[in-house]
Design a protein around this ligand. Structure first.
Ligand SMILES: Nc1ncnc2c1ncn2[C@@H]1O[C@H](COP(=O)(O)OP(=O)(O)OP(=O)(O)O)[C@@H](O)[C@H]1O
Ligand SMILES: [Mg+2]
Length: 367
């Protein structure tokens, strides 16, 4: 049997919906996924993490406690995915743990992902690679996005220009030309604003399949107000997060609208904003033959249909059509980034992040 190189990838993204975990064999250039699982974040931890996205009292102590609670949630996801794959902790070379972003301010020289890698190593008996973004920022980059290198490996084609869209809390685009440099950047908000508006008006964590938003009518005035946001017009490299696209941002734009709107119309406008910013982002890259979409937003049928409409005649397809489960692309990327850390190879693409050069990313907590 050929030698395996097994890694675990862990992702908990800006949507704060849960922890995705994969066991991946990285011995060949194409990652082979042995098992994948998604575990929801427990309600109190999710609320605390959301709260920690904003300045508050005793942030340091609370962040440390939340980091410990996250490590326990990560460990539980690791144990579940190992059992599913039928492998032991000792078979795994390292866990790539993204951690939970609570601040992302590359322009100020920092990004903060919570988690407690020492505790995770202790609870699992596996080495943990983490803090992948800081070194890129230290080298003058955005520290994000880091997934384009993996996108290039699994979705790139020598025959045609392609683009990848990850619809997470934030939407990010990867440009994969058949010749030339890979590009990648955050195009703007996706699920983070859709989820918070759905939570307020539906008392549910998200607008399932986008059914509610699909009943609304996008409002041109609100859309125009939101489109003025400087972030959309800035050139890449660029990255963003809840630091910008949060409740206060949305409330400010709603207050600037001349009259109140029906909540479903606001949701429809937010979907339109995502689709518009994706189109603007793609226009800054080139003319791809296909757009491969991954992330939880692929389950938002209304948003996917809107993207197809706004981007027509571009072919818009879930990564599932290329045999990669859209829910686990990011987790696979962090397994791959852990491997880069372990073997001592660069994980960033300087053309994407704007860093001064390729850098070995992450810190390693031995088993
Ligand atoms: N059935 C569904 N209908 C509509 N939206 C869904 C559905 N299932 C998931 N989603 C959306 O997908 C989101 C989760 O997506 P995902 O895990 O890719 O985002 P994330 O955790 O923010 O990742 P990242 O920021 O790293 O890209 C949920 O918060 C929700 O908005
Ligand atoms: Mg998620």
């Amino acid at each position: 049997m050929p030698k395996r190189e097994l890694y675990v990838g862990l992702m908990s993204g800006t949507s704060l919906d849960g922890v995705d975990a994969v066991v991946v064999d990285l011995a060949q250039s194409d990652p082979f996924v042995l098992a994948a699982t998604g575990q929801p974040l427990e309600g109190a931890l999710r609320s605390e993490l959301l709260a920690l996205n904003e300045p508050g009292i005793d942030e340091l102590g609370r962040a440390a406690l939340a980091g410990g609670a996250l490590a326990r949630a990560y460990a539980s996801a690791v144990h579940a995915v190992l059992a599913q794959a039928g492998v032991q902790a000792r078979d795994i070379r390292a866990i790539g743990c993204h951690g939970q972003t609570v601040r992302h301010r590359p322009e100020l020289g920092y990004t903060i992902q919570l988690g407690n890698p020492a505790l995770l190593a202790e609870l699992t008996g596996i080495a943990v690679a983490c803090d992948f973004r800081s070194r890129d920022i230290a080298a003058g980059g955005q520290g994000a996005p880091l997934v384009p290198a993996l996108h290039s490996r699994i979705f790139g084609s020598p025959a045609e220009d392609r683009a990848v869209l990850n619809l997470g809390g934030i939407a990010n685009i990867t440009w994969l030309p058949c010749n030339g440099a890979v590009l990648g950047f955050d195009s703007g908000p996706a699920n983070c604003l859709l989820d918070l508006w759905a939570a307020r008006h539906l008392q549910r964590p998200c607008d399932s399949e986008g059914a509610w938003g699909a009943q609304g009518k996008s409002d041109p005035e609100l859309l125009e107000l939101m489109q003025r946001e400087a972030y959309f017009h800035a050139p890449h490299p660029k990255s963003t997060g809840r630091d910008l696209f949060n409740e206060a941002w949305l409330s400010r734009h709603l207050a600037a609208r001349s009259a109140a709107l029906r909540p479903a119309d606001v949701q429809a406008t937010l979907m339109e904003l995502t689709a518009w910013s994706v189109r603007a982002g793609l226009e800054a890259c080139g003319d791809p033959a296909m757009l491969i979409v991954c992330g939880g937003g692929t389950k938002n049928r209304a948003l996917m249909a809107l993207l197809s409409r706004v981007l027509a005649p571009l072919r818009v397809a879930s990564s599932a059509t290329l045999g990669v489960d859209p829910d686990y692309v990011e987790a696979i990327a962090f397994a791959w980034l852990a491997r880069q850390t372990v073997v001592g190879e660069a994980g960033n693409l300087p053309a994407v992040t704007g860093a001064r050069g390729p850098r070995l990313l992450g810190g390693l907590y031995p088993r």
